[in-house]
Design a binder for this molecule. Sequence first.
Ligand SMILES: Nc1nc2c(ncn2[C@@H]2O[C@H](COP(=O)(O)OP(=O)(O)OP(=O)(O)O)[C@@H](O)[C@H]2O)c(=O)[nH]1
Ligand SMILES: [Mg+2]
Length: 252
Amino acid sequence: MEVTFVTGTAGSGKSLLTNALKNWYVNRGEDAIAVNLDPGVVDLPYEPDVDVRDRIQLQQVMEDYGLGPNGALILAADLTATKIGEIQEEIDSFKAENVIVDTPGQTELFAFRESGEFIVREMKADSKLLLFLVDPLLANTPSNFLSLALLSASVGLRLSVPKITVLTKRDIARDGVKRIAEWSRDTKVFEGALSGTKDGEQYSLYSELFRAIRRLSFGADLYPVSSTTLEGMIALVGEMTRIARGGEEFTD
Ligand SMILES: Nc1nc2c(ncn2[C@@H]2O[C@H](COP(=O)(O)OP(=O)(O)OP(=O)(O)O)[C@@H](O)[C@H]2O)c(=O)[nH]1
Ligand SMILES: [Mg+2]
């Protein structure tokens, strides 16, 4: 069983990609299930096979613990970790080869709290993989791109499983995707763009930071996809399969 955790900033396209990946496998005759680990989500753009909301309801957490929405989201994320045994049993009952896990909208709830790390560590699978989604509409300037690269590096630092960085919404952000792909492929192009917005010591420090992040595997491995037109899915799934088969050595 291969488990793929789909992470990324709010609205970056996690849920839609979870669904697209599941359908991609199913349409090719492979078993796949979609798991929703976001207890706070109201409208999901797909029908999850396993849903944490069957066990934890945000509204209930707010009432039971007298919390507002933000406090309840944090507690609900932590409570998810306490249910991981049951969730794993339910996942296992499908006997699916591919398990795609949609994570909470606010990525810090999953990536920066003990519970997310615990879930990723404790889930039993033959291989585990992390997708970090970058929204090209958000990564539209060198500074914004660098800040998302930093976030991706932090998520990789916290959750020690192989990671693929995915550029989403390829169909509606063609120019942005092209520009970002160039920045990530060629450090000099990125530095050229950065020099237009930062100067002096700031420029030097940020370009050094970018080079360090690239070495942490963010960048050259960017996969642009669209969950609606499915462009880029062949390359992404190919890379996921390659990693699952241990085709590459990974350092955190
Ligand atoms: N055109 C297009 N729209 C997309 C694509 N992926 C996501 N969207 C849109 O972007 C918005 C957010 O997508 P979601 O899949 O809900 O993103 P998410 O990361 O799960 O969002 P939260 O869980 O709320 O943080 C929705 O309006 C989607 O329809 C894509 O590949 N193409
Ligand atoms: Mg979502």
